[in-house]
Design a protein around this ligand. Structure first.
Ligand code: PEP
Ligand code: MG
Length: 619
């Protein structure tokens, strides 16, 4: 069986990851540096050390030019920036589909920021005050970036929310830097002197510079800073350029031209490799090139196991901008549409019309493929200004993850649920839809939600609004231990079950999914989590209630055979993971997966389970 290696963040890999030393030296003289893997394969080549591009200062604040002149300089810079981004967009059209999927939406976000936006408004008002265009851009982008990371309470943002806010702030800063460079006509990072086939080594790399990298010329990237969820990492992963980030002191350990071996999966950089390491690395590079060629062909191939069983692969969607990616991924519909994006940065609650427009557009785009829309899952560590302002959320609670979250909040404020149901039911006239309730713990929550659902449907029908013949199926997330242990009972009230392994792992192991302090304890390979997933699937089967799995582990190819062996036949994951997971599925034999699941369930700890998975992959 082929070795299955996936993108970074795989829990199968992480489960056995131990604290790593940053440098080791071998008897041959080769040095191995360690950092954070970006998970895009292997490369061998000479180091090219790129000096940091000089920072551009916006200069003096007040302009000696007229307002009209500064305004026209700003408009020119905007036009130049848009032209550059369009050029980038053309360039990415030639990249592998997987890469387009990652970079495309970001380029669109940048272009939108350059159009009529809060950023433009901020710049124009500063130009009115007599500032230079550079200072106006600098201040306006900093203000917006600051707003993004400003925390609504003293507890601050944590985990995924903090990372998302940082990314968004980074986007504002990034577009600001592009505008300032274009105002001064300064070039971006120039790689003109870099020989083809070299490995770029730098202290830092901005996403815009990363996007300019030609994967045909730059075989790998090694950076001193950066994080695996930042935009630079996303770009590099999307471009398929193997990379290792956050390699402490990397520039002290090498000189221009020294041979490097980069392992973007393990996060290692071998400086001056021995003949043996080089031989091994060449084999890995060849296997990786072959793997990429195969992934490109996956979209058109059936999601069927080697032994014939069909496995449903759907996509998760967090932002409408991701929609084109889903079509490109070959996913069979949307298994989880998280509607939180409608509320997260909103100043007021989105009304029915605003919600309908978005749901209807998504459902129409998906055509005959089903869209599973989850109603608002708010609470826990998530904060929303609009909800706080409406007096709905944001109260101080000791344990927010155990408070008024998901369906609990919606049933406490049924007007929220009614508006959302109404918008979804109307959108369902455009194509197949399913509706999903988050954070359910007890059947009475499903009964209460269904009463509201039916009432809203009756009201729409009375008004003569077309909502189709039968109501879309109403399903529930199984993401609390209570729901998991009573899945058989809940399945009698729900039309389908969706296992939310992210929260299920958190609540089952009492380890916050967003806390780095308990990251080692938050392990989906814990036998309790895996047994629970197996039991949920079985309960669904007994009640003839369809079950899918939509947590992060669905995209972890190391876990695919095990999850199938536990009975999962339907998964929903990030669009970019679909081809890779499909490729693994097509290589698997169902009986072998069942046997693997049996062996895993006999293990008593995560380490033993990790070894079983590893053994399965290498057999
Ligand atoms: C989950 O908990 O696994 C899930 C899919 O929901 P979310 O990540 O949105 O909480
Ligand atoms: Mg969840």
């Amino acid at each position: 069986m082929q070795a299955h290696r996936g993108s970074s963040g795989q829990s199968g890999e992480n489960a056995a990851r131990v604290t790593r030393s940053r440098l080791s030296v071998d008897v041959s003289g080769e040095r191995v540096l360690k950092g954070e893997p970006v998970g895009s394969g292997f490369a061998i080549g000479p180091a090219f050390i790129a000096g940091e591009a000089p920072a551009i200062e916006p200069g003096s604040r007040l302009s000696h030019l007229s307002r009209e002149e500064e305004l026209s300089r700003f408009h020119e810079a905007v036009e130049r920036s848009i032209a550059q981004l369009r050029k980038l967009q053309h360039r990415i059209a030639r990249l592998p589909e997987e890469s387009q999927v990652e970079i495309g939406p970001l380029l669109e976000v940048y272009q939108r920021m350059l159009g009529p936006s809060r950023l433009q408004k901020g710049v124009l008002s500063r130009l009115e005050e007599g500032l230079t265009a550079e200072a106006a851009v600098q201040e306006a982008t900093e203000e917006l970036a600051g707003l993004m990371v400003a925390t609504p309470d003293e507890n601050g943002l944590t985990g995924e929310d903090a990372a998302a806010a940082e990314r968004r702030a980074g986007e504002f800063r990034e577009i600001g830097r592009r505008l300032i460079r274009n105002l001064g006509r300064e070039p971006f990072l120039s790689l003109a002197a870099m020989p083809d086939g070299a490995i770029l080594v730098a202290e830092t790399l901005r996403p815009a510079d990363a996007a300019m990298i030609d994967p045909a010329r730059v075989v790998a990237v090694v950076l001193e800073d950066g994080g695996t969820t930042g935009h630079t990492a996303i770009m590099l992963r999307a471009l398929g350029v193997p990379a290792v980030l956050a390699v402490a002191g990397v520039l002290d350990h090498m000189h221009d031209g020294v041979t490097l071996v980069v392992d973007g999966y393990a996060g290692t950089v071998t400086v001056d490799p021995s003949a043996r390491t080089l031989r091994q690395a060449r084999k890995q590079v060849a296997a990786y090139v072959q793997e990429r060629q195969q992934l490109g062909r996956m979209r058109r191939l059936a999601s069927r196991m080697a032994s014939g069983e069909k496995i449903v692969l759907q996509a998760n969607l967090e932002l409408p901008a991701e929609l084109p990616l889903i079509a490109q991924s070959g996913a069979a519909g949307i298994g989880l549409l998280r509607t939180e994006f409608l509320f997260i940065n909103a100043e007021t609650l989105p009304d029915e019309a605003a919600q309908y427009d978005i749901y209807a557009a998504i459902v129409s785009t998906m055509g005959a493929d089903t869209t599973t829309i989850r109603v608002l899952d708010w609470g826990g560590e998530k904060q929303a200004e609009a909800l706080a302002r409406a007096g709905i959320a944001g109260r101080d609670v000791v344990n927010p993850a155990l408070g008024l979250r998901g369906i609990r909040l919606l049933l406490e404020h049924p007007e929220l649920l009614e508006t959302q149901f109404s918008a979804i039911l109307r959108a369902a006239a455009k194509g197949p839809v399913r509706v999903l309730l988050p954070m359910v713990t007890v059947a009475s929550e499903i009964i209460a939600a269904r009463e509201i659902y039916d009432r809203v449907a009756r009201r729409l029908k009375r008004k003569g609004i077309d909502i189709g013949e039968s109501l879309p199926p109403l399903g529930i997330m199984i993401e609390t231990p209570a729901a998991a242990l009573t899945a058989g009972v809940l399945a009698q009230y729900a039309d389908f079950l969706a296992i939310g392994s992210n929260d299920l792992t958190m609540y089952l192991l009492a380890a916050d999914r967003a806390s780095s302090e308990v990251a080692a304890l938050y392990n989906p390979l814990h036998p309790a989590v895996l047994r629970m997933i197996g039991d949920i699937v079985m309960a669904g089967l007994m009640e003839r209630c369809p079950v899918s799995l939509c947590g992060e582990i669905a995209s972890d190819t190391a876990l695919t055979p095990l999850l199938i062996g536990l009975g999962c036949r339907s998964f929903s994951m990030s669009a970019s993971a679909v081809p890779r997971v499909k490729q693994v599925i097509r290589s698997l034999d169902y009986d072998a997966c069942r046997q693997l699941a049996r062996r895993v369930l006999a293990e008593t700890d995560a380490e033993g389970i990790h070894k079983q998975l590893k053994r399965f992959r290498t057999v």
